[in-house]
Design a protein around this ligand. Structure first.
Ligand code: ATP
Length: 467
């Protein structure tokens, strides 16, 4: 009955849906927007919460060897000196002299010239771009500056006076809080290597973005684990985490055929990494990074040990040995995953209604773990006896799941609205309900309808949602 046309969805369609239904709004909208900033509306915030709690449940709550942390956005500048971000965290930029548009040089080389550019030096990028006789995508002129390196960290100042001594950075990754607190955690809990510290939190990157909606944002939320191991176990641990990430994607319903793993070449590895793989997703603008898994060696703990003078070694009591742990890091961004899940779930289908009439519907086939509302309760009409009964049902269900109540418009339109926001079940209260104490439950994907008695409704839904 359903005819899946997902693969052709455009970003414009998704951006429009996101705004129309209250998932994502442009930042500072009433003032004309602020470039590359976005705000999450009532449905967006529900999905974000669902993503974060699914991640926490999967990677922290379910495991005996991972504990959590919630560190600050502002850290001592010395943290970023030690981590290498002050000297290494740069993007190569090039400006059009004519219209002053600014671009990431590596992205221009990749997208406009079709050449891989990761890891290329500033000089190489300049040579290629100057040699390519390429016009500025904004104004069409061919007048380029040289490529320059631009640090991605946002700076601010502590205290009211902008003195050099008070300069601080907003963290560009959450990982460093974990390294800085690794000693605290080992001393105050019962963790033993191998173990992980997990954190979800905001990070800030002053990026030039090519405008793919929330794929690349300036203010992002990261979900990261630093998993501390003995050096000789790194390969086994790396494979374990690679599998866990794939398992997690399955668990939240991502389609396997649109996800792939890509190994980083030696020359594109970050300054701290010995091996990295990216999970990539097939976005409408091509295969791009969804998340990363890096073997960070003992780089970070060693650097913090050197810069702070604090001994970061771990004492393994049973084996009476002391060593600096190595680290495997699975990391992913909440906004990018949210975009991915919406794209992945988006379907336009031709369907047939109960009267045999064909119509088009848009449906987000989000996994129930991710869907903003798990059910919608819809009285067939606004008559007080029906709406009163429906509200009773809503109140009972709301103790367990997020439920929307909607009594406006025709029932068909209300179903279509719930399909479009991904609500797995619609519960319809009709006049018969008043006599038989039963409701009609409609399944979003199959559109099948079943009559369920009110005494069984809660367990019927919870059973199906908890898959
Ligand atoms: P990219 O190559 O896309 O710039 P990265 O390799 O710098 O990403 P990491 O530092 O490994 O990314 O960050 C881990 C994860 O955080 C990424 O896989 C992505 O999901 C997310 N992420 C990083 N930067 C951004 C951003 N600017 N906007 C949204 N998500 C981001």
């Amino acid at each position: 009955m359903a005819d899946d046309q997902q693969s052709s969805v455009s970003m414009d369609t998704i951006v429009a849906l996101a705004k129309r239904r209250g998932f994502v709004y442009p930042g500072s909208d009433i003032y004309g927007g602020l470039a590359n900033t976005w705000e999450f509306g009532p449905l967006g915030v529900e999905i974000k919460r669902n993503i974060k709690s699914a991640w926490w449940q999967y990677f922290v709550q379910r495991r005996a060897d991972v504990v959590g942390l919630d560190g600050g956005i502002l850290l001592h500048s010395k943290v970023w000196e030690a981590s290498g971000h002050i000297s290494e965290f740069f993007d190569p930029l090039i400006d059009c002299r004519n219209c002053r548009a600014r671009y990431r040089a590596d992205t221009l080389v990749e997208d406009k010239l079709g050449q891989p550019a990761e890891g290329m030096s500033t000089e190489e990028l300049t040579r290629i771009l100057h040699g390519a006789d390429m016009a500025c995508p904004a104004c069409g002129q061919k007048s380029w500056t040289d490529v320059r390196q631009f640090n991605l960290m946002f700076q601010t100042h502590l205290g009211p006076v902008e003195e050099s001594g008070t300069k601080v950075f907003l963290r560009p990754e959450t990982a460093q809080n974990i390294f800085v607190n690794y000693k605290n955690v080992t001393q105050t809990t019962r963790v033993k290597v191998p173990f992980g510290i997990a954190q979800i939190g905001k990070a800030f990157r002053n990026e030039i973005t090519p405008g793919n909606f929330i794929f690349r944002v300036l203010e992002l939320e990261q979900m990261e684990i630093e998993y501390f191991i003995k050096e000789e176990d790194w390969e086994e641990s790396f494979n374990h985490w690679r599998d866990q990430m794939a398992e997690f994607y399955r668990w939240i319903g991502l389609k396997e055929e649109r996800v792939r793993v890509r190994e980083h070449e030696q020359d594109e590895l970050s300054h701290y990494s010995k091996r990295t793989v990216d999970y990539e997703y097939k976005f409408p603008f091509g295969w791009k990074e969804l998340s990363g898994l890096a073997y960070r060696t003992d780089f970070d703990l060693r650097k913090h040990q050197e810069h702070s003078g604090v001994d970061m070694t771990y004492y393994d009591q049973p084996n009476e040995e002391r060593f600096l742990p190595h680290v495997i890091e699975p990391t992913m961004g909440v906004e990018r995953l949210l975009l991915t899940l919406i794209l992945d779930a988006y379907n336009e289908e031709s369907v047939t209604d109960v009267n045999g009439k064909e119509y088009q519907r848009t449906v987000l086939k989000l996994h129930p773990r991710i869907a903003p509302y798990k059910a919608a309760v819809l009285p067939l009409s606004k008559k007080p006896e029906l709406s009163g009964k429906a509200m009773e049902i809503v109140r009972e269900l709301r103790d367990h799941i997020s439920v929307e109540y909607d009594e406006t418009q025709s029932i068909g339109r209300r179903y279509r609205r719930q399909d479009e926001i991904g609500t797995p079940y619609c519960v319809t209260v009709d006049f018969e309900t008043l006599d038989d104490e039963a409701v009609t439950v409609r399944d979003r994907d199959s559109m099948a309808q079943e009559r369920i008695s009110l005494s069984e409704l809660k367990s019927y839904l919870l059973e199906r949602l908890n898959q």
